[in-house]
Write a protein that binds this ligand. Sequence first.
Ligand code: ADP
Ligand code: TRP
Length: 332
Amino acid sequence: MKQGRILSGVQPTGNLHLGNYLGAINNFVLLQKNYECLFMLANLHAITVKHDPKVLQANIIDTTAAFLASGIDPQKNSIFIQSEVSAHAELAWIFNCVARIGWLNRMTQFKEKAGSNKEKASVGLFTYPVLMAADILLYKATHVPVGDDQKQHLELCRDIAMKFNNDFNNENFFQMPEPIIPEGISRVMSLRNGTQKMSKSDESDLSRINLTDDSDLIIKKIQKAKTDSEPISININEENNRPEAKNLINIFSALKNQKPIKTLEEWDGKQFSEFKKALAEVLVDKICPIGKQIVKLKTDIKFLENILQDGRKKAEIIAEKNLKEIKSIVGI
Ligand code: ADP
Ligand code: TRP
């Protein structure tokens, strides 16, 4: 018996990194045993900012390969492209009429991505969380595994679900989807600045570990990762001025599948130079096999395209049925 239905998405916008892996994909792999899962390549979200059409297409294949290489089973789950199930865009329009401008004005991701010149941002970037709510509620997903940065969007999704149920006197139509956010490592930070999240868009490649980095590059990036001159201390979490040190401890713990306190007990009083060697080793063990598998899978594009086709068919059956019901409730 499955414990519920999962929907999550990743934007096909470039090389996936350790943040995507620990914040999202690794969790997908763990959850697939107990949930019915739909994993979506969010290309409609990716066009809310300036993009290169050819690169976007290529990134769909790369991201699909990364899902499989990380251990997502395409037989048991649906992996599909968001734009290929047109019900997402249709439901997003309906939800545009349910969500309130005031709610969207509070979204911190919009503020960060739009930067200082909000007037010049696309309308799509502003209503991005509405499309995300459509992605989730179209499948009546019960759980949504995401990194901590998406938590606010999940709350907005719940607000939309609740208002829809109220507005149309259909109290139990949408269940409130629950976020599943990884404990301990919900936000992997940049290796160059422990106060910024690890991100595809950071100009410095040294700030992140990409899933396709080879072992030499991983070792180099960890050696160069910013730390401070203090040794590791068991009380690191009470010290507010050591974000880079905490980040490396959290990454190590997540990869070893252990609580950060256990790592701190093991390494209390030791130097970061020594710790970095151990960290590089676990990273190479975990990430390099995935990178190699990505390269291998990309030699058979047809195979990956077939997986996306099958995924679309499975997703479409659920989406069409639910959209029909939603339209009838709304009176269209
Ligand atoms: P991004 O441009 O932020 O990498 P994605 O759509 O690729 O956006 O993100 C996919 C998933 O990876 C989301 O669930 C997101 O929360 C997660 N994620 C992205 N960056 C990080 C990070 N630095 N730490 C933890 N999770 C992250
Ligand atoms: N906005 C998410 C991100 O950038 C990706 C995404 C799109 C998503 N639709 C979703 C995540 C639905 C979870 C559920 O990370």
